[in-house]
Design a protein around this ligand. Structure first.
Ligand code: PEP
Ligand code: MN
Length: 349
C-alpha cells in the first residue's frame, strides 16, 4: 500500500505511521522523488491494515498498489527518476547519455586510449570491467582491485563518472569505494543477496536484465535494491537468449518501450551484448533511442581484434564517434536531445 500524508502533516504523524506499519509486520519505506510525503507499506498487506492506517492523523489517503512491483512502478512514482552523478551528469528524465569503454580493463594504456576516445566523442560515463563473469574459468577474469584503481584514475583524469560490475558480495566494499555506479550483470539479476548489499551501499546501481529474466522478474529484482532505501536504480536491457543463433542475444526493444511505460526508473540499452557484433551496434543504438532509451552502454576498445574479452562486439573509438554523432542527430530529431557532456572538474576539487 501507499500512504499519502496530508500536506500539513507533522513529522510525528509520519513517524506514527511508520511505527504502525512495523506493528503490522510491514516495512515502511519513504518514497523519494515525489512532491508529497509518501510512505510505502511493503509486505503482506491486508484490507484491515489499509483501513487502520487510513484513519490515522495526518494521513490523506491510502492507495492499494495493484502491481507486484511496488517501488519501481509508475503507480507510486509517476515522474521519471533522475540519477545525479559527478561532473554534472544526470541519467533519466528525457536526455539520453552514453556509457562507453572497454568490456574489461586490461592495461593502463588500453584503458587510457579507450577513455580519451570516448570522452572526445561525447561519452558521459566511462565503463570498464575489473571483475569479469566469464563463461569459462580459463578465460581472462579481469584485473580485480588494481583494475578498479585504474578505472577511478581514468575517470578522474578524463572527467567522467565510472561504472563497473559488482560480481560478488565479496567485492562490495572495493567496488563501492572506486566506482560511481555499481553494475549488476545479467548473470546476477536474481542474486538477491547481492542486490540487497548493492542497495545498502547507497550508490547508484545499474541492474542488467538476466538472459532469461521476464520483465516482471526484473522489476521485482530492482525492488531488492529500492527497498533498501536506495532510489538510484537504472535498468539495462542487454539482450535475452532466444532460439536465434545468428546474433549473440536478441535485444528486446519491446522491453525498453514497455519499461518506459511501467516504471519511472531510467532504462539503458546495451546493444553491444544485445547483438554481439560490432557492425550491429550502431543500428541497434539508434533503434534503442527510438524506443525511448535513457542511455546506451557501449563497448569500445582501441584494438578490438586483440581484446581479452568481447572483441567481436567492441567498437573502435572512431566507430564510436560516428555512432555518437548519428545518435545525437536522431535524439534531437526525436525531441529528446542528449545530455550535455560531463563538466570538466579539476581532480581533487
Ligand atoms: C558486461 O557489461 O561486460 C557484461 C558482462 O554484461 P552482461 O552482464 O550483460 O553479460
Ligand atoms: Mn562485455
Amino acid at each position: 500500500m501507499i500512504v499519502v500524508m496530508k500536506p500539513d502533516h507533522s513529522p510525528e504523524q509520519a513517524e506514527a505511521v511508520m511505527t504502525r506499519l512495523g506493528e503490522f509486520g510491514l516495512k515502511g519505506q519513504p518514497v523519494f522523488g515525489v512532491t508529497r510525503t509518501v510512505i510505502a507499506g511493503l509486505g503482506q498487506v491486508l484490507q484491515d491494515h489499509r483501513d487502520d492506517i487510513s484513519m490515522m492523523p495526518g494521513v490523506d489517503e491510502v492507495i492499494r498498489v495493484s502491481k507486484p512491483y511496488k517501488l519501481s512502478g509508475r503507480e507510486v512514482h509517476p515522474n521519471d527518476t533522475v540519477i545525479e552523478l559527478s561532473h554534472g551528469v544526470k541519467i533519466g528524465g528525457g536526455h539520453p547519455v552514453f556509457m562507453a569503454g572497454p568490456c574489461a580493463i586490461e592495461t593502463e594504456e588500453q584503458l587510457w586510449a579507450s577513455a580519451s576516445g570516448v570522452r572526445a566523442a561525447g561519452a558521459h560515463v566511462l565503463r570498464g570491467g575489473a571483475f569479469k563473469p566469464r563463461s569459462s574459468p580459463y578465460s581472462f577474469q579481469g584485473l580485480g582491485v588494481p583494475g578498479l584503481k585504474l578505472l577511478r584514475q581514468a575517470g578522474d583524469e578524463f572527467g567522467m563518472p565510472v561504472i563497473t560490475e559488482l560480481l560478488s558480495v565479496r567485492d562490495v566494499d572495493a567496488v563501492a569505494q572506486y566506482s560511481d555506479i555499481l553494475q549488476i550483470g545479467a548473470r546476477n539479476m536474481q542474486n538477491f543477496v547481492l542486490l540487497g548489499e548493492a542497495g545498502k551501499t547507497g550508490k547508484p546501481v545499474l541492474l542488467k536484465r538476466g538472459m532469461a529474466g521476464t520483465i516482471e522478474e526484473w522489476l521485482l529484482a530492482s525492488e531488492y535494491i529500492l527497498s533498501e532505501g536506495n532510489p538510484n536504480v537504472m535498468l539495462c536491457e542487454r539482450g535475452i537468449r532466444t532460439f536465434e543463433p545468428a546474433t549473440r542475444n536478441t535485444l528486446d526493444l519491446n522491453a525498453v518501450a514497455l519499461l518506459r511505460r511501467l516504471s519511472h526508473l531510467p532504462v539503458i540499452a546495451d546493444p553491444s551484448h544485445g547483438t554481439g557484433k560490432w557492425y550491429l551496434v550502431k543500428p541497434m543504438s539508434l533503434a534503442s533511442l527510438a524506443a525511448g532509451a535513457d542511455g546506451l552502454e557501449i563497448e569500445v576498445h582501441p584494438n578490438p581484434d586483440h581484446a581479452l574479452s568481447d572483441g567481436a562486439q567492441s567498437l573502435t573509438p572512431g566507430n564510436f564517434a560516428e555512432l555518437a554523432n548519428e545518435c545525437r542527430a536522431l535524439a534531437s530529431a526525436l525531441g529528446r536531445p542528449f545530455a550535455e557532456p560531463p563538466v570538466a572538474v579539476p581532480v581533487g576539487s
